[in-house]
Design a protein. Structure first.
Length: 165
């Protein structure tokens, strides 16, 4: 009989392998490993703050500040001063930043096609139904309402819900 621990370990393996992939593509990109997540957060939450990004990604504000400074220097992100709070900086992607994220998204799409190439349509549907049930149970336990297909969307919604956006 398969134990719950074995299932959870397999989910962890998937998570870690995905991170290895992200690290590998980051080596070939002008965007570093942690910056992909930062840029995707900015893409989905235009004019967000560094604090929002730090909270969404579970990293320190200092590391976000360092990364966004590098992204700004590379011409991928702009920072503007918030009119209501002069100490607060709002972040947005430049056209070059949007292009870089589009390139990264295409690489992810190709990778995802490779990892699922040997799954039939029926297997994908069945796998998806299992994952949806698992996510549904986890949401119930965590008290999260709604259906979000993008993890970054869920993360940032929870951040906004807590009144910290």
């Amino acid at each position: 009989m398969i134990e719950n621990k074995q299932l959870v370990d397999m989910l962890e393996n998937i998570h870690l392998l995905r991170h290895l992939f992200i690290r590998r593509i980051s080596e070939k990109s002008p965007i570093h490993f942690g910056q992909v997540a930062i840029m995707k957060t900015i893409e989905q939450n235009e004019n967000c703050t560094q604090a929002t990004i730090a909270e969404c990604l579970g990293v320190s504000p200092a590391s976000v500040a360092t990364s966004t400074k590098r992204l700004q220097k590379a011409g991928l992100v702009t920072k503007t001063v918030d009119e209501d709070n002069l100490r607060c900086k709002r972040l947005a992607l430049t056209d070059e930043g949007r292009s870089a994220i589009e390139n990264v998204n295409n690489i992810f799409k190709e990778y995802d096609e490779l990892i699922f190439k040997n799954f039939s349509k029926k297997e994908k549907i069945m796998f998806m139904s299992f994952l949806e049930r698992l996510v549904g149970e986890m949401r119930k336990i965590e008290g999260i309402d709604g259906d979000f297909s993008d993890p970054m969307e869920l993360c940032c919604l929870l951040y906004k819900k807590n009144g910290k956006y």
